[in-house]
Design a protein around this ligand. Structure first.
Ligand code: GDP
Ligand code: MG
Length: 446
């Protein structure tokens, strides 16, 4: 089966916004996440009609996204109009329904002079998506974000460790709970081994098991918790962002741009998802709000040519960072992966060391399918580090542990929500304690 190596798994849970806007989500699961056979509608998929969000109230939607143009390279999204409309999608639906520059004519690069906002969106109230300041501490966001994973593990543990003396059957059950939370077979059996050691025929508290679990997850993840380095001597640090459709690339770019500009760096954005007008608009908005220049070409243009424009523009103006968006693509579509290789080759013409980082954005809700994404994007695009998004929308956050063990790639950031404050540098100890469902971060982290 081409699209999901994970046929036996539960259907990925919808994300925060998809649950709230269940009607859109019901129409629009990303194609790569779809199981082959039609599934019965989930109980969550039929509640009240979606309540319009802040942006949608300001800009009522009047139409659907335009289809990609036929004479262009095959679109990465077989049915773009059916994608989930997230926060930005809803806002941009109106903009993209309005006349777009139609043909992908060769067009000079368009610099978006920052900070002038696009004319059609001048007076929006400050959106949740660009809140730079987190209203809560990161630990409580992380703990809440990972609640679905930690609750699922926690209830599994509570059912096993019920004031009985420890025996082999309980350890097998423990292993099953851990495998079901996507931690990977190796980690699961190691943890049950550690729990069993010296504790047979003794009572063990759930809290003690959680502490062991957290310690082992932390031990596995520590070597991969590496910050994304920005070299001040390189102008620009070129960061190429890749991943399947809907994984959170554009949102992550916005969040990263918010962080980098907050640190005083000059950031350029390249709207490399040239297939979708809404994606270009989405990046324009982030750029306008953050005061970053956004390099765009008309919808349907060649993404490599855009990469070239963007690198030149960022270099000429001495930018510190260039974040390049790309169109989402299925990891099993060879021609689209070839396009990614072309973008990289083009970047190397201007700077042989570019891209300085290739971030693979993974949606945690896809579970085991993330493993094949890492494998194939790793081969084609030379992924240098990972960002895992939507950990708030799944009980399968343990997949990060399985990925770390299998691929030994740096994990730079994790996302637990849609706002800028919901992305943070990955910290193994915090993540381990949050996913194990411990109430307190470790003393060392405080
Ligand atoms: N709940 C949640 N939603 C997210 C997160 N990151 C991105 N999203 C949402 O996922 C959807 C797709 O994101 P987008 O950045 O457009 O994906 P792209 O196609 O890879 O560029 C949007 O509705 C985002 O708001 C996250 O960490 N948590
Ligand atoms: Mg995008």
């Amino acid at each position: 089966m081409a699209t999901d190596s994970n046929a036996g798994d539960a259907k990925p849970k919808p994300g925060l916004f998809e649950r709230v806007f269940a009607r859109a989500a019901a129409e629009a699961r990303p194609p790569e996440a779809q199981p082959p056979a039609p599934e019965p509608p989930q109980p969550e998929a039929t509640p009240a009609p979606p309540r319009p969000g802040l942006f949608e109230r300001a800009f009522p939607r009047t139409g659907a996204e335009p289809q990609p143009q036929q004479n262009e390279p095959p679109a990465p999204e077989p049915s773009p109009a059916s994608r989930p409309l997230g926060l930005f999608g809803r806002v941009f639906a109106r903009a993209s329904a309005e006349p777009e520059p139609p043909a992908p004519q060769p067009q000079p690069q368009q610099h978006e002079p920052a900070p002038a906002p696009p004319p059609e969106l001048p007076t929006l109230p400050p959106p949740a998506a660009t809140e730079a300041v987190a209203p809560k501490g990161w630990w409580s966001r992380l703990r809440e974000g990972l609640a679905r994973s930690s609750d699922s593990i926690g209830s599994g543990l509570a059912a096993i460790f019920t004031k009985r003396k420890l025996d082999g059957a309980m350890l097998d059950d423990l292993e099953d709970v851990l495998i079901r939370s996507d931690l990977g077979v190796a980690t699961a059996s190691r943890i049950s081994g550690i729990v069993g050691k010296g504790r047979y025929d003794k009572e063990i508290e759930v809290k003690e098991v959680k502490e062991i679990l957290a310690a082992e997850i932390e031990r596995v993840l520590v070597p991969y918790a590496k910050p994304l380095e920005i070299d001040a001597a390189i102008k620009p640090n070129v960061i190429l962002v890749v991943g399947v459709n809907g994984s959170g690339k554009t949102t992550t770019i916005g969040k990263l741009a918010a962080q980098f500009t907050g640190e005083g760096r000059r950031v350029f954005l390249a709207a490399g998802d040239t297939f979708r007008a809404a994606a270009i608009e989405q990046l324009r908005i982030w750029g306008a709000r953050l005061g970053c220049e956004v390099i765009t070409r008309a919808q349907g243009s060649d993404a490599s040519a855009l990469a070239y424009d963007a690198m030149q523009a960022a270099r000429e103006s001495g930018a510190d960072v260039l974040l390049m968006d790309t169109a989402g693509r299925l990891q099993n579509r060879a021609e689209l992966m070839a396009e990614l290789e072309k973008i990289i080759r083009t970047m190397k013409k201007l700077d042989p060391a570019a891209p300085h980082a290739v971030l693979l954005v993974l949606d945690a809700t896809v579970g085991q399918n993330a493993l094949s994404q890492v494998e194939i994007f790793g081969k084609v695009a030379g992924v240098t580090g990972l960002v895992m998004t939507k950990l708030d929308g799944t009980a399968r956050g343990g997949i990060l542990v399985a990925i770390a063990e299998k691929f030994a790639l740096p994990i730079h950031y994790i996302g637990v929500g849609e706002t800028a404050g919901d992305l943070a540098a990955f910290d193994a100890g915090e993540f381990a304690r949050a996913i194990a469902g411990l109430e307190e971060e470790s003393a060392a982290a405080r």
